[in-house]
Write a protein that binds this ligand. Structure first.
Ligand SMILES: [Zn+2]
Length: 350
């Protein structure tokens, strides 16, 4: 709480604007002011340093693209230091938002929903942005993490939903009178149940699109054409969503990246021996705070974290959140949250 002395010409509205808070939260902090239009110069008013207490990101079923975009707008209004930009557009011309929070030199990147039916990862990241922002303005710690010092030392860049078209398809929110939907329906062998769908809207698996032994991945994968999952596409980065992620990553200097997927409660941390020595040390800390298992190598190439490790020789992780069958039910949200919150914070701290 700050004590503000009213100056000549100031109204409560002007004071609220000055501190970037709403008039209602300013009024709430000053119950002694009976008539807001009658404040005088020299009078002292309380200015709350915490943002409004309202919860913005509410975990719920079928949390999709529009819900995310609306919440980002509200988050930005409530926490003016949150910056929202776009890294590019999808096949269906949806803008892919990126969120920046924090002002440090150290750049860290998290992303979610590379895979369409893993949309709960977008919700986890959105919730994290809110909880982190709220802790920052209220000066609170989260667990043992000092949020003010994290905020000052790290710029966190989050792409909550890499594959918005795919998420909309899985959630039954694509206009069925379009040729794009007709094509997806054909790829799905006529079934309108898209719950197994991982790919982008034209049947390319975005996490099989990166130039890291992509040809090996082509020969390994069973799908030789557009498919709900595991199709590499005709060339690396043939899809706009994968290209946007590659361009975005190249434009930064990330010290660490984590791609959030479901499911398995595992953290993949190696790639063909190209990962730096510190990756092992970092993954040990990530499993300490989550209880997840560390897995060094899997028979897989061309993933986002593979490419990041190969190109930068820095720590890159794929975090498989939760346990069960995708899409994981929303009822698992808080249980998963309790395990990944430490992964989110530790990834910035290390
Ligand atoms: Zn996945």
């Amino acid at each position: 709480m700050i004590k503000h002395t009213v100056k000549q010409g100031e109204t409560l509205f002007i004071i609220a604007q000055k501190y970037g808070i709403s008039l209602s939260s300013l009024l709430a902090a000053n119950p002694n002011i009976k008539n807001p239009s009658l404040i005088r110069p020299g009078q002292v008013v309380n200015v709350p340093t915490a943002a409004p207490e309202r919860t913005i990101v509410i975990p719920r079923d079928s949390y999709g693209y529009n819900e995310m975009v609306n919440d980002l707008e509200t988050l930005r209004e409530s926490y003016p230091f949150i910056k929202v930009d776009s890294i590019g557009t999808t096949v269906m011309d949806r803008s892919i938002p990126v969120v920046r929070i924090g002002q440090g030199k150290k750049e860290v990147h998290y992303n979610g929903s590379f895979h369409a039916n893993e949309w709960i990862t977008s919700l986890l990241l959105m919730k994290f942005i809110e909880v982190y922002a709220k802790a920052y303005v209220s000066g609170k710690k989260i667990g043992t993490f000092n949020i003010k010092s994290l905020f000052d030392s790290v710029s966190l860049w989050v792409v909550p939903m890499v594959n918005p078209d795919g998420v909309q398809l899985v959630q039954g929110k694509i206009d069925t009178n379009t040729s794009t939907f007709a094509n997806a329906l054909r790829i799905n062998r006529g079934s309108r149940d898209f719950s197994d769908w991982k790919a982008n809207i034209r049947g390319v698996d975005l996490n099989d699109q990166f130039p890291a032994h992509w040809e090996t991945e082509v020969s390994r994968r069973a799908s030789s054409g557009p498919s709900p999952r595991d199709y590499t596409g005709t060339a690396p980065l043939s899809e706009p969503e994968a290209r946007a992620m590659a361009d975005f990553t190249r434009a930064h200097n990330f010290r660490l990246v984590s791609a959030f997927h479901t499911q398995g409660e595992e953290i993949y941390w190696g790639y063909r021996g190209l990962e730096p020595n510190e990756s092992q040390h970092i993954v040990n800390r990530l499993i300490e705070v989550s209880g997840y298992e560390a897995v060094r190598y899997v028979e897989s190439d061309a993933g986002y974290k593979d490419w990041f490790i190969q190109e930068w020789r820095r720590p890159g992780f794929t975090v498989e959140c939760g346990y069960g069958i995708n899409p994981l039910p929303i009822s698992q949200f808080w249980e998963i949250w309790g395990k990944v919150i430490g992964i989110f914070l530790m990834g910035m701290y290390v």
